[in-house]
Design a protein around this ligand. Structure first.
Ligand code: CA
Ligand code: CA
Ligand code: CA
Ligand code: CA
Ligand code: CA
Length: 357
């Protein structure tokens, strides 16, 4: 009996030391960002509606601006827009003239503001589109995400844990203005944020504490639901960083979090009480190094190309290596089906479902 208890404790110890066992590898990595040191931070995926091969990844170089990559990893365009930390996009932003544009936004630490751009789907070029600067009052703007329901909103969070919600409106000239509509405080330092456009949820990662769910409606109170604290799960380890949502039909799908402290990614159910499903790492293969110290992440369920037939998961890699040489940071791209099949039972794969607004 005693022996059984001891071996159980031993196994528990082993498990606690090496909590994350599931591993996948990247199929593509992007060209390293222009700046040295800690520079790449957050990716956003754009899926071209008629020609998926023209889809792109927009990544932040937080010392410089934004980089646009093809899904083969090649840099298509590079922009010195300022110290943009996090980036997000929505494909259907309607201007007063009836035209819809692909809206890209980011938290710009050069002037503590929200920077907005339009992406040209045919040329992969970005064009600044702020009617005037949207200056944030949070202490050191840090995290950023967009939310689209009947209207489009930008959420910004500062290093002080204060959150602003801005309503974004188009002008007749085709520019965009921002109106502050809500303000609340999370507590500690936050960065990773993602909004669920269908279910109306806003998820925020408090870096050294846990993940919270707020109502994304601008009229809602700042009540929140605890998804999980770091202290409740030894497979996640602070800092908690990027968050993203894998959309499936009927409210299904996954919330994914970067667990920076143990170089892994945690998967939660999107629906209901956001049950924790499990975690995985991205390890090296013959061509591409594994990922560690990840900040931002993004995912899509949609078909991109032959390599990513069933969606793709993209992460920032804090330590990018080619053989033994350290290069500037970059982003790694993993086929979603690899991740789905690593789990037992496997996670859902649906490469057609498009969210409804
Ligand atoms: Ca970093
Ligand atoms: Ca952070
Ligand atoms: Ca690496
Ligand atoms: Ca970051
Ligand atoms: Ca590499």
């Amino acid at each position: 009996m005693k022996l059984k208890l001891l071996s159980a404790l031993f196994l528990l110890g082993v498990w606690a030391c090496h909590p994350v066992k599931l591993a996948v590898t990247a199929a593509i990595e992007t060209t390293p960002v222009s700046s040295t040191d800690d520079a790449a931070d957050d990716p956003a995926i754009y899926i071209h509606p008629t020609n998926p091969e023209q889809s792109v990844v927009i990544g932040t170089d937080k010392q410089m601006g934004l980089e646009v990559y093809s899904f083969t990893g090649k840099t298509l365009n590079s922009y010195a827009f300022g110290r943009i930390n996090n980036v997000d996009l929505r494909t259907q932003f309607r201007l007063p003239n009836g035209k819809t544009i692909v809206l890209v936004g980011g938290s710009n630490r050069t002037n503590n503001s929200i920077s907005l751009f339009r992406l040209d789907p045919e040329t992969a070029e970005l064009q600044a589109i702020n009617a005037e600067p949207i200056i944030s009052k949070v202490g050191e703007i840090y995290g950023f995400c967009l939310y689209q329901k009947d209207k489009t909103y930008a959420f910004a969070v500062g290093k002080d844990g204060r959150v602003e919600q801005w309503e974004l409106s188009g002008t007749m000239e085709g520019k965009i203005t921002g109106t502050l509509v809500r303000f609340f405080s999370v507590g500690g330092q936050c960065e990773g944020m993602v909004a669920d456009d269908e279910l109306g949820d806003l998820y925020i990662a408090e870096e050294e504490r846990g993940i919270w769910k707020y109502d994304a409606n601008p009229k809602a109170e700042a009540d929140r639901i605890k998804i999980q604290l770091l202290s409740e799960n030894n497979q996640i380890k602070g800092d908690l960083e990027g968050l993203t949502i894998y959309y499936g039909p009927n409210g299904t799908g996954y919330l994914i979090a970067s667990s920076q402290g143990n170089n892994s990614y945690a998967i939660y159910e999107r629906q209901g009480n956001n049950r924790y499903i499990g975690s995985f790492r991205i390890t090296k293969n013959l061509r591409i190094d594994g990922t560690s110290d990840t900040d931002g992440i993004d995912v899509t369920n949609l078909v991109v190309n032959e390599t990513f037939k069933n969606g793709v998961f993209i992460v920032q890699d804090g330590n990018n290596r080619e053989n033994k040489t350290k290069l500037n940071q970059n982003f790694k791209l993993v086929p979603w089906e690899q991740i789905a099949k690593a789990f037992s039972p496997p996670l859902n794969i649906d490469n057609q479902y498009k969210i409804k607004h």
